[in-house]
Design a binder for this molecule. Sequence first.
Ligand code: SF4
Length: 321
Amino acid sequence: MNARKPALKILLCAPRGFCAGVVRAIDAVERALEKYGAPVYVRHEIVHNKYVVEGLRKKGAIFVEELDEVPATDRPVIFSAHGVPKAVPEDAKQRNLFAIDATCPLVTKVHREATIHFKRGREIVLVGHAGHPEVIGTMGQLLKGAVALVETAADARAFQPRDPAKLAYVTQTTLSLDDTAEIVGILKERFPAIVGPHKEDICYATTNRQEAVKRVAPRVDAMIVVGAPNSSNSQRLREVAERAGCRVAALVQRADDIDWSVFGSIESLGLTAGASAPEVLVEEIIDAFGARYEVSVESVSAADEDVFFPLPRELRENAAE
Ligand code: SF4
């Protein structure tokens, strides 16, 4: 007779997984494939998730890192949800490429804020992580030197503006709310005239997913965040779980990545997914635990979400062919 499996309570964070910007970007590639046929070029991973990228690749998407990898073609070239430096659409135009911009509208909003600050003569501080495509895209909206990157509280303390009376800040959309509040607090204390966004640049999806993790993390033995290592919002969720008192918090791409020497002897598990991770991967993880434990699942909700972004203009139903 089989031994009884040990009990495991899974607290499922809600909201989790796909945000409206990711849904829009993936739909844009799928719709472009339907409308124009394969292949369709995509600059950078459309969203930071291997499973999603592989699925689109099988349907005929060709992923490139830079436009110079795209041959002379009339095929659509789609820009990823993270946004691109201004030079990229300009280059596409010069080469007569058919560009479709799937930048999340909430990233575009930050680009606009930065541009307005620049036009008003302000030096701009971007709070974000060096090397992330969103940061490269936001810095690339303006001339070199117009935007200074601040990554940490120490950077904020050391930052020397050209003129403290003409200073503004914007932030990456997927940062830790708590870290950003600290960094912005330092900037405001040092430079009381600094101008910031009317509403936080950190997006609703990042905010809600972090809030759900904060509620769940102190109640569980361990937490799994389904997401990719290069996904900023997923990395932040793992950190938020740790800081909220969870002993073990791991970023996991697929069930195969679960370290059972750590997750094989727990009584409760928190589970969430970054904004670029599909729900099917969350289900795969629950099934993997179900094979080893008698699992019961409870959902813990921090917010209801009903945000929807329409497709890029070229791909809407009534768009001219
Ligand atoms: S995480 Fe936020 S900013 Fe990024 S794509 Fe999703 S909604 Fe847009």
